[in-house]
Unconditional design. Structure first.
Length: 72
């Protein structure tokens, strides 16, 4: 059930169990990979060359792959 967030509080209260929906689970998973100033690998590129390389979406694709890509 992907729309469980609407009913999560009611289910938690009535069952006493933790309740997760797909969106909350995805947010939790993604937040684990975000850089946080209080913990994690902050500025992880600095030890290599002191610069952060700029990146644009699809820069590593060749012309044929770019032609097939839906995001470019």
């Amino acid at each position: 059930m992907t729309n469980l967030k609407t009913y999560s509080d009611a289910l938690r209260q009535s069952t006493g169990l933790p309740v997760w929906d797909a969106i909350t689970n995805a947010d939790f998973f993604i937040s684990a990979f975000k850089d946080n100033p209080r913990f994690g690998l902050n500025e992880w590129q600095a030890p290599w060359d002191e610069t952060i390389d700029e990146y644009t979406l699809g820069q590593n694709l060749n012309a044929q792959q770019k032609g097939k890509a839906l995001f470019l």
